[in-house]
Structure formats: structure tokens, C-alpha cells
Design a protein around this ligand. Structure first.
Ligand code: IPE
Ligand code: IPE
Ligand code: MG
Length: 258
């Protein structure tokens, strides 16, 4: 219990700092970036991979512990087959080129999403990369590929249902907490800062469950132009916000100065 008479205030304030622990990004605008230069869309995706590299370095330097990037949504299969094919090839070559460096820099690499659909070659390469880097501690880089927030919640519900059917779980005891261990990002703190580049102000079926109290940052800058300085601006915006989680501003201020 604190001075404001609310035991939740301390919990809310605990672990809050000026630097986000977990940053989640929708890297959007590659196609428009390329089109604006008279280039094929894939040129924008290629440039986008360079920005991923910069972002990983910047996060490690700033002390961000988790970086989650939306690379391919469950809806992106609707794109022309040729673009989907090029994205798969780019993903594979980026993985081959970068994984050793990520490992050397103590970065843990993970992929979330229904990755089976990418085929055996990509899934086995993902598994190898995850195994290689699983003990790394500087930063966890999670790539969301064939990911959808609704899929994530549905597959966690399916797991709960399986347990209930086996008699291991009483449905009447299910709470929000029961679902969390089965979500793709189980064990990872929820994102503190969400960034979407490219000007659209929507979630596009990204981390629906986990973004409940995340600070949102939308920028018109296209992903291939989202450089270090742009990221710093997002961090400054984040640092200036008061996160209340349902409390009043006064409760937060009182507890902070206690
Ligand atoms: C984001 O850029 C990358 C992926 C969705 C794979 P886009 O390809 O969506 O770029 P725009 O939105 O068409 O400019
Ligand atoms: C969201 O971007 C998915 C990724 C960045 C991977 P989209 O470009 O697919 O989103 P919409 O279709 O404009 O909402
Ligand atoms: Mg887009």
C-alpha cells in the first residue's frame, strides 16, 4: 500500500523507465519507397533489410532488451505470387548473411507465426538459427512471419481447449493469465513502445493481445528511410509520456515522488 492508498501504483511504476524494454515495429512503406524512385517493390524490401540491421544495433546500444519486427503478415499471402516469392528469398538470404553476426553480438533470434507454410527449407533454417542463438542475452530479436494476432490468440485457446478435453483444466478457472503461457510471446514482457512507419495508423493484425497498454507511435516516414535519428525521435516521444494503466495522473506523480 502506498500514500495514494492503492497497492497497484507501485506495481505499475515498477519496471518503468525512460528506455522501453520491448519495442515492436510494423515496418511498412517499402513498396512506396521503391515506387517513388521508379524501382521495383523488391528494391524497397532490400533496403528495408538494411534498416533492420541498423535497428538491431541501435536497440542493443540503447539497452532495449526485446525487439519484435513484423516482417510478413498472415494476410500478405494475398499479394502477387512473385512478390511473395521474392520476400521468401530475401528472408532466407538475410538469415544466411546475418545470423553469424547476430550470434557474435550476443543477440537471440526467434521467429513467431505459423512458419510451416514457408516450407521445409525456411523452417529448418529458422530452427537452426534459433538453436544457435538461444543462450544469447544482449537482445532478443523476434521476427513475426506469417503471423496474425488473431491466429495467435486462437492457437492459445486451442491449447487450453485440448487441456480441458483431457481433464487437466477446469474451464471455469480460465482467466486472462491462463492464456498467456500459450501465446507466441510467452515469457516476454508486453511491448512498451509500438512503432509503425509508412503513415498508416492501424495495427494490421499484429500483436493484438500484447498491445493492450503499449504506447503507440505512428510516423509517415517510410521504413527504408527510418534511420537512427528517426528511431531516436520515437524514443524521445516515448520518454515524454505518462503511462497510467488505468490509474490517475496524480496517483502516478505521488508515487513517483514518494
Ligand atoms: C512492408 O512494406 C513490408 C511488408 C509488408 C512485407 P510494404 O510492402 O507493405 O510497403 P507499402 O505499404 O506497399 O509501401
Ligand atoms: C503490415 O503491413 C504487415 C507488415 C509490415 C509485415 P501491410 O502493408 O501488409 O498492412 P496493410 O495491408 O496496409 O494494413
Ligand atoms: Mg504496406
Amino acid at each position: 500500500m502506498d500514500k495514494t492508498g492503492n497497492s497497484d501504483t507501485a506495481t505499475v511504476l515498477a519496471g518503468q523507465s525512460a528506455v522501453p524494454v520491448h519495442v515492436a515495429v510494423i515496418m511498412d512503406g517499402n513498396g512506396r519507397w521503391a515506387k517513388g524512385r521508379g524501382l521495383p517493390r523488391v528494391a524497397g524490401h532490400r533496403k528495408g533489410v538494411e534498416r533492420v540491421r541498423d535497428m538491431v544495433t541501435a536497440c542493443a546500444e540503447k539497452g532495449v532488451k526485446y525487439l519484435t519486427l513484423f516482417a510478413f503478415s498472415s494476410e500478405n499471402w494475398r499479394r502477387p505470387v512473385q512478390e511473395v516469392q521474392l520476400l521468401k528469398e530475401l528472408f532466407l538470404s538475410a538469415l544466411d548473411n546475418e545470423i553469424r553476426k547476430l550470434h557474435k553480438n550476443n543477440v537471440r533470434f526467434r521467429v513467431i507465426g505459423d512458419t510451416e507454410r514457408f516450407g521445409e527449407k525456411i523452417t529448418s533454417r529458422i530452427r537452426q538459427s534459433e538453436t544457435l542463438t538461444q543462450k544469447n542475452t544482449a537482445l532478443t530479436l523476434t521476427i513475426a512471419a506469417n503471423y496474425g494476432g488473431r491466429w495467435d490468440i486462437a492457437q492459445a485457446c486451442a491449447e487450453l481447449a485440448r487441456r480441458a478435453a483431457r481433464g487437466e483444466l477446469d474451464p471455469d478457472t480460465i482467466t486472462e493469465k491462463s492464456l498467456e503461457p500459450f501465446l507466441s510471446l510467452a515469457g516476454v514482457p508486453e511491448p512498451d513502445l509500438f512503432i509503425r512507419t509508412g503513415g498508416e495508423q492501424r495495427i494490421s493484425n499484429f500483436l493484438l493481445w500484447q498491445l493492450a497498454y503499449t504506447e503507440m507511435y505512428f510516423t509517415p516516414i517510410l521504413w527504408p528511410d527510418f534511420d537512427r535519428a528517426q528511431f531516436e525521435q520515437a524514443l524521445v516521444s516515448y520518454a515524454g509520456r505518462q503511462r497510467r494503466f488505468g490509474l490517475t495522473g496524480e496517483q502516478i506523480e505521488t508515487a513517483r515522488h514518494a
